[in-house]
Write a protein that binds this ligand. Sequence first.
Ligand SMILES: CC(=O)N[C@H]1[C@@H](OP(=O)(O)OP(=O)(O)OC[C@H]2O[C@@H](n3ccc(=O)[nH]c3=O)[C@H](O)[C@@H]2O)O[C@H](CO)[C@H](O)[C@@H]1O
Ligand SMILES: [Mn+2]
Length: 358
Amino acid sequence: MAQQLSPGTMLKKGRPCLVFGFTVTVGMFTAVYVFHSNRTLVSVPKYTTPNPEPAPIQREEVAVRIDSYSTSLRYPQPKSLMSPRSDVMTVTPWLAPVVWDGTFDSSIIDSLYQPQNLRIGTTVFAIGKYTRFIKGFLETAEKHFLVGYKVNYYIFTDKPEDVPSVALGPQRNLSVITVSKFFRWQEISMRRMERILNTIEERLLKEVDYLYCLDVDMLFHNHWGAEVLSTLVAAIHPGYYKNPREEFPYERRPASQAYVPWDQGDFYYAGAMIGGLIENVRALTRTCHQAILIDKQNNIEAAWQEESHLNKYFLQHKPTKLLSPEYLWDDTKPKLPEIHFIRFSTVLKNYAEVRENV
Ligand SMILES: CC(=O)N[C@H]1[C@@H](OP(=O)(O)OP(=O)(O)OC[C@H]2O[C@@H](n3ccc(=O)[nH]c3=O)[C@H](O)[C@@H]2O)O[C@H](CO)[C@H](O)[C@@H]1O
Ligand SMILES: [Mn+2]
């Protein structure tokens, strides 16, 4: 006859079995976990034992930063309840800053960026008669453009012998890249996307951290510094910053890859400035160049050439920083009260005289 056991006795007698079962189950789960996570049992202590000592190189870096930023730099306290500018937009709805005078402190910006020893590339095209603009561009850039930083200028030209020699500051270099001339100015301007892309892939990925692609028919007049650095940077066009989006000169024909419907658009961005981390400028130039090629196959040229494609790109890939029109002004416009400084501005030019075609 089977012995009747009280529940308490059952528990006592069954305890070794339970412990054994529990151990086996935990063991199985551990084995499955180790198998799936590709971790070996030997390496487990590595993850469980805290490591209180960071590697020496990290400690050294942190120490340098604390010494050079926290203890030596004095600047006014940022005020949580006060906006630095009340007359202009200083942040977009996707939380990208818009850089205006008064929104940044250069001493803080430089204390953050200068120790990083960044390499900044600048592409400038001077084809045909536009070589005349190189001298003024470079001479004024040496006074105002990322002064104190490592800058490489890349001058694309069909006339390398016409590139003037301009004295460059320390840590600043210039490379001349010889390219052929296209017949139409539209093609010269538009094909910059392709040439920048090719040059990024051939050499710039290795040579620079950030890239800024600028028009050459321009002069710097005031500080254009490290406050422009960010992942993907666009400049608001000086001609359209007060206009409603329906008045932006976007490409409006659906047949073009640059098409933007009337009820879309954030800002109208200028074609004369594209910037950001080299990988991001690479992605931008690749997409815009591919769109330009598709348009060519379909026999359509966007209203403002690569500037139209750029605007489509920035609509779909929002820039992480916007430069206000201070950073890209137009000499034909009077200086307006919201513009405290004109930092970089177009040179008045006789279109009929400098361009290959009208
Ligand atoms: C301030 C601004 O946003 N300007 C844009 C605007 O007109 P722009 O009148 O500023 O165009 P532009 O004549 O300056 O041409 C753009 C650039 O292409 C180069 N170039 C052009 C012609 C030539 O014969 N040789 C030569 O080297 C040069 O670097 C020049 O700066 O629209 C163009 C496209 O239609 C470009 O998007 C420009 O960036
Ligand atoms: Mn221009």
